[in-house]
Design a protein around this ligand. Sequence first.
Ligand SMILES: [Mg+2]
Length: 185
Amino acid sequence: MRIGIDLDDVISDLLSELIDFYNKKYDDVAVREDIFTWDFFPKEIHENFASSGGYKNLKLIPEAKELLAFLNSIGEVSIITIRNEEYREETVKWLEENLHGLYKKENLYLTSGNKIEVCKKIGIQLLIDDSLRFTKQVADKGIYAILFDNRTPMFRNAEEHPKVYKAKSIEEVKKYVLMIKDIFD
Ligand SMILES: [Mg+2]
């Protein structure tokens, strides 16, 4: 099975850093529970965070290694992330430092637009992502998705979709991966 997995807030803890960055810049006191959509942050926050080297210092989500090891045992895993191509080098460096041996450099896809084009191009059958938008986008095109929320409040707004499984823990992700694998076997 070909599996796509998101990077930010599934493998790396972007949101914690972004909230800190936003609060410092705008002298605000936003907390995780306030963030229901990525539109919460002005575009310049995302851009300034990235251009000031923010991606380099992200922490690994504690369950990420276990999740990737499991997925590697199930199928071919690609990391698909919304980052500009200019951040490829530091993204690879971060992955090497944090997930050496658990990902393939040639299976890293950076895209600045949407994820459906990449998923279709490389034949992804299942996308694991914390984004409501991208899980719905691929599911609308017939690709299975697991909306994984162990950390992001955005999950709360999730509508039901026949091809989107909502998982709140790594155990639930594993359960749905095995269910979806059964469909293709
Ligand atoms: Mg994400």
